[in-house]
Design a protein around this ligand. Sequence first.
Ligand SMILES: *Cc1c(COP(=O)(O)O)cnc(C)c1O
Length: 533
Amino acid sequence: MLMRHGRSLEAAEAAVPETRTFTGNRGLEIEEGLIFEIGRPENTGVDLDEPAPFEHRLGSLERQEPSGLPGLSEPETMRHYVRLSRMNYAIDAGIYPLGSCTMKHNPRLNEAMARLSGFADIHPLQPQASVQGALELIAELARWLMVLTGMDAVAMSPRAGAHGEACGMMAIKAAIAAKGEERTRKIVLVPESAHGTNPASAAGAGFEVRPVPARADGTLDPAAVQERLGPDVAAIMLTNPNTCGLFEKDIVEIAALIHEAGAYFYCDGANFNAIMGKTRPGDLGVDAMHINLHKTFSTPHGGGGPGAGPVVLSPRLAAYAPVPFLCREEGGLRLVEQQSEAPGAFGRIAAFHGQMGMFVRAYAYMLSHGADGLRQAAEDAVLNANYVRAGLRDLMSEPFGDRPCMHEVLFDGAWLKPTGLTALDFAKAMIDEGFHPMTIYFPLVAHGAMLIEPTESESKASLDLFIAALRHLAFAARRGETERFAGAPYQAPRERLDETRAARNPILKWTKPGHLKAAHEGRPRAATPFTIT
Ligand SMILES: *Cc1c(COP(=O)(O)O)cnc(C)c1O
């Protein structure tokens, strides 16, 4: 029996006669309106003297109506944002098992280092002689990224994984143009299990995307690649380990086929955290690969901070890397900013040289772990995913058979089918149990996919509770307790929302009172008694 606050779940449910409260609050979780609903235009947080008479110079541009900005006192403003922040979920609050996203603990040491004023208070346009320490850190981080991946060059400026993919595709395009093949090599092969950013990046760079299906075991068959290769193929984009959490075991053979055909091998390195310190992509034949510092090297992401997606490059592509990049000269480090100094460079992909704060955090993560620690992080990530797999696989179904996974475990919806429930129902019920759901409906190759990535940060106790809660829900689903799932989440600040409608028809603009009703349809569970009319 699962206990909750020392009582059985059934007893806890029986003890709640009425879920609605007068205020709409749920215990100390406070229902909160929009700032425009709770603030009043006539209020102000500060006392300002009436301005002396003055002549404005706005001509006919003077505002004719009040701006309608909400007025709140300082404590009211503070409470508004703190209440909203408490509705957020965060890796600092609990396990965040979103597959493919790698939500791992962000060590506080990294934060302390990123806040050192020599890193935090510098400006990208400062004279380079005055930021040599920061440039040195970028150069050192770049060096370790090349060592870890076995690659020859790295473009540090891309701001995220998808941005790194764009960078890689543009480098490949420049390399093809340099060989005079830009008219013929138009096709990029992308496996069907790929992250959506892969085909988007290839198409964005002007290539035509051709999908490659996986074989029954969830990995790519070299024969399927060979079949599609020809003088019109520019590159393949392959994720390894792939998005099903499986290592592409024929990657070396696939790389050889790609190179034989005169094409380039882009590897999506978002899952590098599973192989870091174990395998070097350079040894596998990769020509370009982005590294999500915000995944593998623990820099915060998902609303917690900007990302960074450096792209490591093989000698076949190094000359086409974008500006700026660092070079070491007699007087110290210098950023090469001009294309005239780097004739092969495809151009510039970002205004400046990168996300300094993320570089510092990633470098701190590397140094504090050391070579053995980084390897152990990868091993523990894989171990944790397999522990979750072992704890659930008798109840939940796996799309590609019964075998160990890498850093994330993929279940599909086949086991739910007889219950009439969907992966979405199951995921929403997890919220009631206090767990952020796993990634669902991705990758698309698994029907009703549920992708769980615990990362190396979770303790055994944390994983045991997670597994126990999912088993409890799985048994409830099998017992036919569908009402527990149908409208879930019931315990969250908002019940089940129409996510499709929210995505297709978002209401992003506050409408004045009186017009509120239409805008609020399908919004909160209970209208707060404080709604301003
Ligand atoms: C996260 C991810 C990306 C995109 O990275 P962003 O930093 O979010 O742009 C691409 N591919 C895979 C497999 C990913 O998991």
